[in-house]
Write a protein that binds this ligand. Sequence first.
Ligand SMILES: *[C@@H]1O[C@H](CO)[C@@H](O)[C@H](O)[C@H]1NC(C)=O
Ligand SMILES: *[C@@H]1O[C@H](CO)[C@@H](O)[C@H](O)[C@H]1NC(C)=O
Ligand SMILES: *[C@@H]1O[C@H](CO)[C@@H](O)[C@H](O)[C@H]1NC(C)=O
Ligand SMILES: *[C@@H]1O[C@H](CO)[C@@H](O)[C@H](O)[C@H]1NC(C)=O
Ligand SMILES: *[C@@H]1O[C@H](CO)[C@@H](O)[C@H](O)[C@H]1NC(C)=O
Ligand SMILES: *[C@@H]1O[C@H](CO)[C@@H](O)[C@H](O)[C@H]1NC(C)=O
Length: 557
Amino acid sequence: MIHSHRGHVLLGIAVALIPQASQAYSSTTSECSLNNLVHLLSSIDDPLSNTAKVLSVTPVRQNDSYGDPNTPQGLPPMISTQLPELCAVELNVSSSETSSYTVSLFLPTEWNSRFLATGGGGTGGYINYLDMGAGSQYGFATMSTDNGHRSAPDDIQWAYKNPQELTDWGWRAMSGSVELSKQLIKGYYGDDIQYSYYTGCSMGGRQGLKEAQLSADSFDGMLIGAPPWWLSHQVAWYSEASNVYYPVDDSKSIPSELFSTLIAQTVIDQCDEIDGVKDGIVSDTENCHPNFDVLLCDSIGSNSSECLTSLQLETLANIYKDYYVGSEFVHPAFELSSEPGWSQSLGSGLITKFATDYIKYIVYEDLNWSLDQYNSSVYEQLKNHKSSAEIDADQFDMSPYRDHGGKILMYHGLSDAVVVTRVSSYFYKQVKVAMGESLPITDWFRLFFVPGMLHCQGSQPGVDAPWHINGAGQNWLTGPGAYSVPGFEDSKHDALLALMDWVEHGNAVDQIVATAWRNSTDPSSGVWKQRPICSYPKMAKYSGVGDVNEARNWYCE
Ligand SMILES: *[C@@H]1O[C@H](CO)[C@@H](O)[C@H](O)[C@H]1NC(C)=O
Ligand SMILES: *[C@@H]1O[C@H](CO)[C@@H](O)[C@H](O)[C@H]1NC(C)=O
Ligand SMILES: *[C@@H]1O[C@H](CO)[C@@H](O)[C@H](O)[C@H]1NC(C)=O
Ligand SMILES: *[C@@H]1O[C@H](CO)[C@@H](O)[C@H](O)[C@H]1NC(C)=O
Ligand SMILES: *[C@@H]1O[C@H](CO)[C@@H](O)[C@H](O)[C@H]1NC(C)=O
Ligand SMILES: *[C@@H]1O[C@H](CO)[C@@H](O)[C@H](O)[C@H]1NC(C)=O
């Protein structure tokens, strides 16, 4: 299961307590032993420590690798490479009579006195060694949990009649892992943690928000990407949207290949230039109201790849429509410029299957439930199901987190078709309303949209939008040992460093420069485009002079 180049993996549980060596942090390598970690765990004055067991302790030498080569389907091998010298610790925490979760820690020898918790993705079901490794390059003591089960990111079948595992995934594993990690880190280094941070995208973003809502002092700063914080509502909306579009052989249906061609192009044609530059990257979606009537087929013989019938235009309008049940707002619809990704989210795509499975396994526990049974009664069931309170991060009054000094830096790709972009602006507005205007929300919470970015990373095909800001998971793509924004390890380009500067020095973040390389996954190919992303509701405008691919020719307005 756990792999290390030197095969130095200790499984099993030691019970003997060994007298402890010095805790000076310069000599941590000698303390990277099972005996020491077992001793540290037993000396923690926290009920959690009684339910935890040390599974393995592995000293990792500088430039070595550590991780899990056999990840569930849909994930890259989670092997972190070119690591700094560190101690890798695996723990098992029993969370109920029938459930348990794994916690992994990387404890670097050269510690920066800070803690970084990392999140997962989808429902997975795995330890995020890649983000842990990237964090340890800065000197963070890093943590990841498997959330109590092992699964592919889009697999929710494990939750069927398994409420304890669902609770672990909803919040309990993250909550316990953060608490336990902090205690162990303090013991290991013999010193207090100066600052605690969180980084997670997608479901990892939801996990971070949920943790901060449950436990205000867990983190001092959180970098949150594209969070499906309203998962129960999102599942309802995906079901509704897919039914609007279904069945595919109906005359109202739109062939899915038209999403990324005809429809995406129409949006670019009508929206792209509003930000001042015609480059295929749509930035100003709020001020764009495309007229799709230009696509109406003018005669029976029209080429069906080049136009839409009036029935299809109606379907398109419904896909863009926010979802209401009666007068109740359920969920916002897709953002403009997300069209190329719709084929995975509508019809028979992966996301539709996830939504269907969620209702089938969790809400109705009925293996025969199918999407064509979806209607607004199902939404009511979803919303009121007991799991929703454990999973949705919808406690908008986050005053305890703010008052503890916590900051949030949140980002979301404008072209995201997996987690609808506008769910982030909705969250931001709800938090603002819930907490009142006496203190400006921008004092502690800022939101950034990344034009052209897909879900968490990557550009909409064909437009090569800059997107790399060191969000969680972004360095999975940029090669072994990559961390920060390769070549730009500073707070102007790296959102995690910008967040630290805000938390630790009070420098609020107005903009972050996003980067694209000539080969988007190979920084050594050279920088191609850089452009600022701006604190919402500001957005980047081209100054009108100079190279549009240089950040200094743009400003936030
Ligand atoms: C680190 O390991 C990589 C292989 O993972 C190797 O190519 C590189 O030469 C090593 N660097 C040093 C400084 O040993
Ligand atoms: C963790 O502990 C539980 C309860 O003791 C046990 O059932 C489970 O198999 C353990 N998991 C691992 C990975 O050791
Ligand atoms: C219809 O339009 C598509 C896309 O523009 C084109 O590839 C195809 O050749 C056209 N078909 C006909 C019969 O003109
Ligand atoms: C599911 O459908 C099968 C076949 O139609 C039927 O035999 C079975 O009883 C159904 N199960 C439930 C839980 O309704
Ligand atoms: C939804 O469908 C179920 C049966 O599948 C039906 O009993 C219920 O009345 C429907 N609800 C609405 C609001 O249409
Ligand atoms: C981009 O870089 C990656 C990693 O170096 C390489 O595998 C890939 O082939 C490159 N793509 C192109 C189009 O050159």
